[in-house]
Design a protein around this ligand. Structure first.
Ligand code: SAM
Length: 320
């Protein structure tokens, strides 16, 4: 059924699957960012459904939606033991565009198996190059392991991109070092404005660093011009005079809800049509297409028309 379309002409074409709701980092945007994660996780750690059930849901969703892209995320998806299997089973559905979002800590030893399973592209979240700044954001050490993971993934032929959430007072001094790192390897980097999610709901302003401020930092080292935005893109892109491209995901100052094609599936078998929604729609035990379409319509009606409005669900559970 390809007619699942809303009044703004939006369809679900990209599925983001949160495989697991735990992580091996304690980033300040997902958790309260103190060193003792146990006391500060703001999410439910409910046990996820089985890999077989998740694969079956992806299959059902693809049958109805004819998906273009599936992105696996979490939590930290490299902690999910059946990751190569679920990539392989999704590939067998005929979906070629398979992507992963990871913090990269465990990537070095897994990159080859992921490439072999059919993964095409990896977004690595890297909020700092400096180890101490990285620690202040993530409450863990490990930059060298992540950098090795990035190089291994590139060697395995995977497309690698970097994502960095920029937060005032924490890591705005990393914008230029991160750009240099990405440009040296000729990989694409995107900077993200922080979103009012989870424990930051209603109080993200303290760390908010806008697209204009990010551009102003970059202009200290580079000249650049803006590129035309592609439909359904989450990022705006610029090209430097030396030919390198960088992007900014400006959820707050330049929202991109108008042509959002994303559907989210969490590790409990719930779908969400929008990051602003914290109303899960369970599709775990839905077997016939008519009932699934009702669920998808409920998820579609969650989509915001103008901008992200915030949610008390952390990306740790809904999937970043
Ligand atoms: N663990 C994986 C990782 O680090 O890439 C995947 C999940 S994590 C939730 C994905 C990404 O979502 C984070 O690295 C960060 O870039 C983004 N994210 C999470 N919470 C955010 C927030 N409140 N505002 C902006 N970006 C956020």
């Amino acid at each position: 059924m390809e007619g699942l379309i809303d009044e703004f002409g939006r369809r679900f074409k990209t599925l983001r699957v949160s495989l697991i709701n735990t992580c091996n980092l304690g980033c300040v945007y997902c958790t309260c960012g103190t060193e003792d994660l146990k006391d500060n996780l703001t999410i439910s750690k409910a046990q996820g459904i089985s890999a077989g059930d998740l694969s079956a849901i992806i299959k059902k969703l693809h049958r109805v939606l004819k998906l273009d892209t599936v992105r696996f995320t979490g939590g930290e998806p490299l902690l999910y033991h059946q990751l190569p299997e679920i990539i392989r089973s999704t590939r067998l559905l005929g979906i070629d565009n398979l992507k992963l979002t990871t913090n990269g800590l465990l990537l070095e030893n897994q990159a080859a198996a992921l490439a072999e399973a059919g993964l095409r592209s990896i977004n690595i979240s890297l909020d700092a190059i400096d180890e101490e700044v990285f620690y202040s954001v993530s409450r863990r050490h490990g930059i060298n392991r992540i950098l090795k993971g990035i190089d291994t993934a590139i060697d395995e032929g995977l497309e690698v991109k970097l994502n960095a959430v920029i937060m005032r007072g924490l890591n705005e001094n990393q914008i230029i070092p991160l750009l240099k790192f990405a440009f040296e390897r000729n990989i694409r980097i995107r900077f993200l404005e922080i979103m009012a999610m989870g424990h930051l709901f209603g109080k993200a302003d303290e760390h908010f660093f806008s697209q204009d401020e990010i551009l102003s930092e970059i202009s200290k080292g580079y000249d650049f011009e803006r590129l035309e935005r592609k439909p359904c893109s989450t990022a705006n892109y610029w090209k430097t005079t030396s030919g390198y491209t960088f992007g900014i995901v400006a959820n707050e100052t330049e929202p991109f809800c108008g042509d959002c094609d994303r559907l989210r599936l969490d590790s409990l078998g719930n779908i969400y049509g929008c990051l602003s929604s914290n109303s899960p729609v369970s599709v775990n035990h839905i077997h016939d297409d008519a009932a699934l379409i009702d669920c998808l319509q409920a998820a579609m009606s969650q989509k915001q028309s103008l901008k992200f409005t915030g949610s008390n669900l952390s990306m740790l559970s809904i999937g970043g």
